[in-house]
Design a binder for this molecule. Structure first.
Ligand SMILES: Nc1ccc(Br)nc1
Length: 446
């Protein structure tokens, strides 16, 4: 029983109370805090977005996979101080199991790869579109759920995998009208960080934590970054030097600092060379400050950003060669990205690129007499079997109402089932755009 005072599509008047009024329990018609409903107009945009995610995945030869929204909490427990861990939507179920609403898809994908083992021949190219959750204090009024498109390549150690993944995101942007003037990709490698940290003998097991701290550059004061880095075991000199390296924006400069023999520079040179062959050089730039906020990345990392700098990262990803082995699986190379459904919509709004998506049906079918409701149903079935969409008027309504509904649902044709015509095996058809009207034998109705 929804509170009659609440807005219900503009319907007027209170609802008639049920027989057992004392059992009425008014509910809030809004969804839980931080979550969204998708009424038809919003669902059309979401379906359009997902259709483009799926089309690009198809063009790149990827196979769709899916996993439960609910996972064992253990899948997401990492000790690197990630935000994703602090905001885990976790609880104890009725079987006293620690479970969580997934905050991301990659650990589930890794779990499925391990489960499939040798039965899934490498390389695996899998994609998924799934709802992900975080429990964020509502003080910041941010969403607690979003849908992510993920593409992952398992079993390819070469940088060609990252180049392919970046290419797929750019294909997506191009499909929806976003250009290299709107969006760019900052690309780096965590091996840059690794080589600097190793030169200061920072312990390997602090690596993930240092990355999470560095990902906050530009989001929290630099003094806090420095404090956290020292707290993670780095000396004053190491911190200063690291921040210096992270400000580098050219591979030439990076080579001056790291030399030209390390894996970081070699991977990045290969990636930028592949970008040229793929034809997307104008979309990407080296930026040593990009580390991404997930602890498990081990190599190339990248993130799509809006060049006007108004929005948060649009998408991001990278190489995570150790994740499967940390879950007890084989030491398989892996890379992937996540692409959320919210920031991209903000970008499309900014750029005036939101598609116009109206509900549409090809036919509205109406009986002109209550005795002909069955006949109208037969006409609707015939058209549907021919693959035509039909909105069948389900109760006796005045023609004025029928025409109003036809306009509201963008029907192309009105099919009227009247007694005289029906007795001749005919129906009358009105083309609503032109007003043209004619009678046609049911057997010839196309
Ligand atoms: N990981 C995550 C989940 C849900 C939202 Br909204 N943002 C980020």
């Amino acid at each position: 029983q929804i509170d009659p005072g609440s807005s219900r599509g503009g319907r007027t008047g209170a609802l008639t109370p049920p027989p057992f009024a004392d059992e009425v329990q008014k509910i809030d018609a809004n969804p839980p805090k931080g979550t969204r409903d998708f009424p038809p107009e919003d669902m059309r945009l979401r379906s359009w977005l997902f259709h483009n995610f799926r089309e690009v995945s198809r063009l790149f030869g990827f196979e769709e996979v899916d996993f439960p929204v609910l996972e064992s909490e253990a899948l997401f427990i990492r000790k690197a101080g990630e935000e994703i861990r602090d905001q885990l939507y976790c609880f104890e179920d009725r079987g006293n199991r620690r479970v969580a609403l997934r905050p991301e898809l990659t650990p589930s994908l890794a779990r499925l790869v391990i489960q499939k083992g040798k039965s899934a021949p490498l390389p695996l190219k899998w994609f998924a579109i799934g709802q992900c959750w975080r429990y964020e204090r509502m003080t910041r009024g941010r969403r607690r759920e979003h849908y992510q498109w993920n593409m992952d390549i398992i079993g390819v150690p070469e940088v060609t995998a990252e180049a392919e993944l970046i290419s797929s995101t750019i294909s997506f942007f191009k499909r929806i009208g976003v250009t290299a003037s709107d969006v760019g990709f900052k690309v780096s490698s965590r091996k840059v960080l690794q080589e600097v940290l190793m030169s200061y003998s920072v312990p390997e097991d602090s690596f993930g934590r240092v990355c999470v701290i560095i990902d906050k550059i530009g989001k929290i004061p630099v003094e806090e970054i420095k404090k956290d880095l020292k707290h993670a075991g780095m000396s004053e000199v190491a911190v200063e030097d690291l921040l210096q390296v992270l400000s580098i924006k050219s591979l030439e400069k990076l080579e001056e600092i790291l030399g030209d023999s390390g894996e970081a520079i070699s991977d990045l040179r290969q990636l930028f060379s592949l970008a040229e062959k793929f034809g997307y050089s104008e979309w990407i730039q080296f930026d040593a400050s990009v580390v991404r906020g997930l602890a498990y990345y081990t190599g190339i990392v990248f993130e799509g950003f809006d060049r006007e700098g108004k929005l948060r990262a649009i998408c991001g990803g990278g190489r995570y060669d150790k994740l499967l082995s940390t879950f007890g699986g084989d030491d398989l190379p892996a890379c992937g990205f996540g692409f959320g459904d919210a920031v991209i919509v903000e970008l499309l709004k900014e750029k005036g690129l939101l598609p116009k998506l109206d509900h549409q049906v090809e036919n509205i079918v109406c009986a002109l007499d209550s005795d002909l409701q069955g006949a109208a149903a037969a006409v609707a079935t015939k058209l549907r079997e021919k693959g035509q969409s039909v909105d069948l008027v389900l109760e006796g309504k005045p023609l004025k109402w029928v025409f109003k509904r036809a306009a509201r649902i963008n029907a192309q044709r009105l099919i009227l089932v009247g007694l005289d015509e029906w007795q001749k095996g005919m129906v009358s058809v009105k083309i609503l755009s032109s007003g043209e009207q004619y009678e046609v034998k049911l057997v010839e109705l196309e």
